[in-house]
Design a protein around this ligand. Structure first.
Ligand code: ADP
Ligand code: ZN
Ligand code: ZN
Length: 728
C-alpha cells in the first residue's frame, strides 16, 4: 500500500492524500476517481510515496485508476506546478483546469473509452521489422488485425506491459484512436504541398540562426515590421521540425487568428496532422484534438492560451505569434501569461521558442536588449512597401461625425479607385455618452460607475461593463431639458456617417456587437478577402495580424485619450495598436496609406509610429520606465478585491496593506485605491499594488503574505492575486 497525493478541483492550496496498492511512479499524471465528501471526484495523481501524516490505513483508498487514458505528461505537470506556485493559485484547480472538460468529470471516463485501430501506416508496414523482443507490441497489432478496433482497456489483457506497448505504438503512428482521425484532423488529405516563396536574405538568416538551436533551449525574439514575413520564417522552421518527426506548438492570442494561420499551415504541410485548440471548439471535439496531440498523432498544435498545457511527446519547437498581445494573459481564475509559460516550457523541454511581433512587449524587448533572449530582426516588408503614415491635425477642424474632410476625401479617392479602406475607432456603439448640456447630466449605469453607451438598432442605452440596458429617455431626468446630446463617436456612428457620405459603398462594421454569432467573424473576413466590401469600420479586433490583401487606406479616429491615460502602459499599447492597424494597409500590390487624426500631431509617439521605428520608441519608453521604477524594471503583484460594500473592500485592503508592510520584505506596498471603474454590476472594486525590484523577493513576500489574507476582514470580500498584471 502506498500513499498517493492527488490534485482535485477544489479551491484549496493543497493536494489530497489517498492510498493505493501497487502504486508506482508510472502512475504520475494518471487520472483517478477518489471518494471526496459524500461523493466521488476526478483527480490527477501528482505524487506517489512519501510519509503520510496519519496511519496509512486511516486514509481512504483511491476508487479507480484510469490507467489507459491519456495523461498529463511530466513536463506539463512540472509547468502546472510552477504556475500554481508562481501565480499563487490552488494546485488542484490549476491541474484540473488544464484538462479537457470531459476529463474533469467523474464520469468522463466513458467519453474517453474510445477504441484504437491500426493506421494505414501499420497496414502498409513490414511487421517483421519490429525488434524480436517487441512481443507484446506484436501481440497488440495482431489482435487489432484479427478483431478490429478495440479499447485500450481490452488490450490490457494481452500482457503486463500492454499499456506501454499501446502508447508506444500510438507514438510511432502504427495505431490511433478512431475518432481522432475525424473532422479537422482528417483535412490532411494528401495533396501536393504548396511551396513557400524563396526567403529573403533576412528571413533566411533568421530561419537558419533559429534552426541551428533546434534541440536546445533558446528563447528568440523575432522582431519584424508588419508584413515582413515572420510567418514565413515560422513555416520554414516548422518544416524542419516536422521533417525530423517532431511536434510544434504554435500559440496565437485569439481564436479569430487561428483560421488564417491554420489554412497556411495546411496548404504548406498537407501530410502533417494539425489540431487546433481554442474555446470555440465543442467539448467532445476538443478532447479528441487534445488526445491527438497527447498521443503524438497530431504533429502541429495551434491554439490559444490554454494550449500551452497540452502534452506533446515529441515537442521540438514553440512559436508564440503576436507575443505582445494582452490576450495571451488570462484575466480571471489562474491569471497566467501563456507567453511566459511557453518560454518556461521550452526551457524544461530543451527546445527553442520563437516570440514574434512587430511591436514586442517591452518586457520581452528589454530581455532581448539584456541578452537573455536572442534578438533577430526582419527590417523591411517581404513583398510590398510599408504604408506611408500621416497625421491629420484636427485642432480647430469641423469634423463630420468624427471624420475630417481630409479623411473623407481620401476615402472617396480610394473608393473611386475601387480599393478598400478601413476606419479604425476603438469604441463600439453609437456614442459613448448621452449628455444634457443644460445641467451636465449624463446617463449613468445604476449598477456601475460608468456611463451608458448609446446603441442604435433597437435604440437603447447599454452598459459596457455589466450589460445593463434601458430605453433612451427623451428628457433629462435631472432638469427636464428635452434636447439631449449623443456625445462622442462609436463604430455605429461612423458606419452611419459613411453610409450617408458614400451611399453606393459597401460598408461593413466589425466589432464585438456584429461578431457575437459563432463564425460571424470568419464570414466577414471572407467577405473582405473576396472584395465584397469597400469600407471597413471596426475596433481593435481589426488591428491584429489579419491579412487583408486589398486594403489600401487606413483612417484612425479618436485615439488621443491614451496619451493622457494614467495607465503607464498606455503609450506602449497605443504604439502597438497603431502600428498593427497601420500594418493592415498595402500588404500586396497597392501602396498603403494611413491617416491618423489627432490633436497632438507633434507628439513623439505619433512621430515614432510614422517612422515605424519600434526600437527608438521602445528605448525611450524603457528609459522612462527605468527612471520611474516601473516594469520591466520592477515586478508587480496586484491584490484585487470586490464586495457589495465599499467599506468591506477598504477594510480588507487596508488590513492587507498593513500586514504586508509589517512583514519586512524589500517590497513596496502601495496604498489601496479604488479600481479605475470602481463599481461594476453593483460590486465595489479596489486594489492594492505591491512592487519589488526582485522577482524572488516578491515571490517570498507573497508566500508570506497570503496567510494574512484569509482573516476576518476577508469574509465579506472576494479577492484574487494578479502576478505581473497587465491592467491596473
Ligand atoms: P508577417 O507574419 O511578418 O506579417 P507574413 O509572413 O504573413 O508576414 O508575410 C507577409 C506577406 O508577404 C504574405 O503575403 C507572404 O506570403 C509574403 N511573403 C513573405 N515572405 C515572402 C518572400 N520571401 N517572398 C515573397 N513573398 C513573401
Ligand atoms: Zn439636464
Ligand atoms: Zn453597468
Amino acid at each position: 500500500m502506498q500513499l498517493v497525493r492527488v490534485a482535485l478541483d477544489v479551491p484549496l492550496p493543497t493536494l489530497f492524500d489517498y492510498r493505493l496498492a501497487h502504486a508506482t511512479r508510472e502512475l504520475l499524471g494518471a487520472r483517478v476517481l477518489v471518494p471526496f465528501g459524500r461523493g466521488q471526484r476526478a483527480g490527477v495523481i501528482l505524487e506517489v510515496g512519501g510519509e503520510p501524516e496519519v496511519a496509512l490505513e486511516r486514509i481512504k483508498p483511491i476508487a479507480q485508476v484510469f490507467e489507459h487514458e491519456p495523461r498529463a505528461a511530466p513536463d506539463v505537470l512540472r509547468l502546472l506546478r510552477f504556475a500554481s506556485r508562481y501565480y499563487h493559485y490552488p494546485i488542484g484547480q490549476v491541474v484540473m483546469g488544464a484538462l479537457p472538460q470531459a476529463l474533469r468529470r467523474p464520469n468522463g471516463a466513458r467519453d474517453v473509452q474510445a477504441r484504437v485501430a491500426l493506421t494505414a501506416m501499420a497496414l502498409a508496414a513490414d511487421w517483421s521489422s519490429l525488434p524480436p523482443r517487441a512481443v507484446v507490441r506484436r501481440r497488440v497489432l495482431e489482435h487489432l488485425r484479427a478483431q478490429g478496433p478495440c479499447t485500450p482497456a481490452l488490450l490490457r489483457s494481452l500482457g503486463s506491459t500492454a499499456s506501454r506497448a499501446v502508447r508506444d505504438l500510438i507514438a510511432a503512428g502504427w495505431i490511433a484512436f478512431e475518432e481522432s482521425t475525424s473532422r479537422a484532423l482528417d483535412d490532411a488529405i494528401p495533396h501536393a504541398a504548396a511551396l513557400g516563396p524563396t526567403l529573403t536574405s533576412d528571413q533566411a538568416k533568421a530561419a537558419d540562426a533559429i534552426a541551428a538551436t533546434l534541440g536546445r533551449f533558446t528563447p528568440w525574439l523575432l522582431l519584424g515590421v508588419t508584413g515582413s514575413g515572420k510567418t514565413e520564417v515560422y513555416l520554414q522552421l516548422i518544416g524542419r521540425v516536422l521533417a525530423d518527426g517532431g511536434q510544434v506548438l504554435v500559440l496565437v492570442p485569439e481564436i479569430n487568428l487561428t483560421p488564417q494561420l491554420e489554412s497556411r499551415l495546411v496548404t504548406r504541410f498537407p501530410s502533417a496532422v494539425l489540431a487546433s485548440l481554442h474555446s470555440g471548439i465543442p467539448e467532445a471535439e476538443r478532447l479528441r484534438r487534445w488526445r491527438a496531440a497527447e498521443s503524438g498523432q497530431a504533429s502541429l498544435l495551434i491554439g490559444t492560451r490554454l494550449a500551452v498545457f497540452t502534452p506533446l511527446p515529441r515537442l521540438g519547437l514553440i512559436v508564440v505569434d503576436e507575443e505582445h498581445d494582452a490576450s495571451l494573459k488570462q484575466q480571471e481564475g489562474l491569471r497566467y501569461s501563456a507567453r511566459d509559460l511557453a518560454v518556461l516550457r521550452a526551457k524544461h523541454r530543451q527546445v527553442p521558442v520563437v516570440l514574434g511581433s512587430a511591436t514586442p512587449s517591452l518586457e520581452s524587448y528589454a530581455k532581448a536588449l539584456a541578452g537573455r533572449y536572442r534578438l533577430i530582426q526582419l527590417s523591411g516588408r517581404a513583398n510590398s512597401q510599408l504604408p506611408s503614415i500621416r497625421c491629420v491635425d484636427t485642432r480647430g477642424l469641423r469634423l463630420r461625425d468624427g471624420l475630417s474632410s481630409e479623411l473623407i476625401d481620401a476615402l472617396a479617392r480610394t473608393l473611386a479607385a475601387r480599393e478598400q479602406s478601413l476606419v479604425f475607432i476603438n469604441r463600439r456603439g453609437y456614442a459613448p455618452a448621452l449628455l444634457c448640456f443644460a445641467c451636465g447630466w449624463s446617463a449613468p449605469c445604476t449598477r456601475c460607475s460608468a456611463r451608458l453607451v448609446l446603441h442604435l438598432g433597437a435604440v437603447r442605452l447599454r452598459c459596457h461593463y455589466c450589460g445593463h440596458e434601458e430605453p433612451v429617455t427623451s428628457a433629462c431626468p435631472s432638469c427636464g431639458n428635452l434636447d439631449l446630446t449623443a456625445a462622442g463617436h462609436g463604430t455605429q456612428r461612423v458606419e452611419q456617417a459613411l453610409a450617408q457620405l458614400f451611399p453606393a459603398a459597401r460598408v461593413l462594421r466589425i466589432d464585438r456587437d456584429t461578431t457575437r454569432r459563432r463564425l460571424a467573424f470568419q464570414q466577414m473576413r471572407q467577405r473582405v478577402q473576396d472584395d465584397d466590401v469597400d469600407i471597413l469600420v471596426g475596433t481593435q479586433m481589426l488591428a491584429k495580424g489579419h491579412d487583408f490583401p486589398r486594403l489600401k487606406l487606413v483612417g484612425v479616429v479618436d485615439t488621443d485619450s491614451a496619451l493622457y491615460s494614467t495607465d503607464f502602459r498606455a503609450a506602449e499599447k497605443l504604439f502597438a495598436q497603431l502600428t498593427q492597424v497601420a500594418g493592415r494597409a498595402g500588404r500586396r500590390d497597392v501602396a498603403g496609406e494611413v491617416l491618423i487624426q489627432t490633436q497632438f500631431p507633434g507628439h513623439p509617439l505619433y512621430k515614432a509610429v510614422q517612422r515605424q521605428d519600434f526600437a527608438s520608441f521602445a528605448e525611450r519608453v524603457l528609459t522612462e520606465r527605468r527612471e520611474a521604477g516601473f516594469p520591466p524594471y520592477a515586478h508587480q503583484v496586484l491584490l484585487r478585491a470586490e464586495a457589495a460594500q465599499r467599506e468591506a473592500v477598504d477594510r480588507f485592503l487596508g488590513h492587507a496593506a498593513r500586514a504586508g508592510a509589517r512583514l519586512g520584505f524589500r517590497v513596496d506596498v502601495y496604498d489601496p485605491v479604488p479600481a479605475p471603474v470602481a463599481r461594476v454590476a453593483g460590486r465595489e472594486r479596489g486594489h492594492l499594488l505591491v512592487q519589488s525590484a526582485s522577482r524572488e523577493e516578491m515571490q517570498r513576500f507573497v508566500d508570506a503574505w497570503v496567510p494574512h489574507l484569509s482573516g476576518r476582514e476577508a469574509r465579506r470580500v472576494r479577492w484574487a492575486l494578479d502576478v505581473d498584471p497587465l491592467d491596473l
